[in-house]
Design a protein around this ligand. Structure first.
Ligand code: GAR
Length: 196
């Protein structure tokens, strides 16, 4: 089976959508592991409930970033993924990680990139007064939310939106394009491996 490892830092509702899509047969992949930088991430409970193995790789204040990248790399490698899926992972991975997983790692971001990169995309989009926002799935490269775009979907911004209400609307379509993208990449890999 096509193996994915999910990276998540918080609530993990996108991670949960992947779990649910696998459970109901919409998505034919194996979620080989969840890796997080936060020991209190709700994503860990979701993994436990679904019987998915986990690893926690915290980034301590003042810690050596390269060292953390190497530790993260080792943790992900343990699960032997075909694809790394960053879904609400709030850290930037560096060269030590990308040397190994560059080209095999996607991220999902709550804006229509290249608008509003960074950790506060929804708040920034709202502050700018955009009338349309959305979600973007892209290949992770060395930059911050700069990688080649795989898929996007848009939602309207309503005049009474708060960052929370807009983010919830974005997440409803973000779930869908994330599941679609992972499914499509898994399918492409299967076709490549099928003997002719
Ligand atoms: C998602 O909207 C994801 O795009 C965003 O965090 C949310 C995670 O939600 N990621 C970023 O902002 C990365 N810069 P979740 O924890 O409920 O899955």
């Amino acid at each position: 089976a096509y193996r994915i490892v999910v990276l998540a830092s918080g609530t993990g509702s996108l991670f949960q959508s992947l779990i649910d899509a696998v459970a109901d047969g919409t998505l034919e992949v194996q979620i080989a592991g969840l890796v997080t930088d936060r020991g209190e991430a709700q994503a860990l409970q979701r993994a436990a409930t679904a019987g998915i193995p986990t690893a926690v790789v915290p980034l301590a204040k003042g810690a050596d970033r390269d060292e953390w990248n190497r530790a993260l790399c080792r943790a992900v490698e343990e699960f032997a993924p075909d694809l790394v899926v960053s879904a609400g992972f709030m850290r930037i991975v560096g060269p030590a990680f990308l040397q190994r997983f560059g080209g095999a790692m996607i991220n999902t971001h709550p804006s229509l990139l290249p608008s509003f990169p960074g950790a506060h995309a929804v708040r920034d989009a709202l502050a700018h007064g955009v009338r349309v926002s959305g979600a973007t799935i892209f290949w992770v490269d060395e930059g911050v939310d700069t990688g080649r775009i795989i898929d996007q979907a848009a939602v309207p911004v309503q005049t009474d939106d708060t960052a929370d209400s807009l983010h919830e609307r974005i997440k409803t379509i973000e779930r869908q394009i994330l599941i679609d993208t992972v499914g499509r990449l898994a399918e492409e890999e299967n076709h490549e491996q099928r003997p002719v």
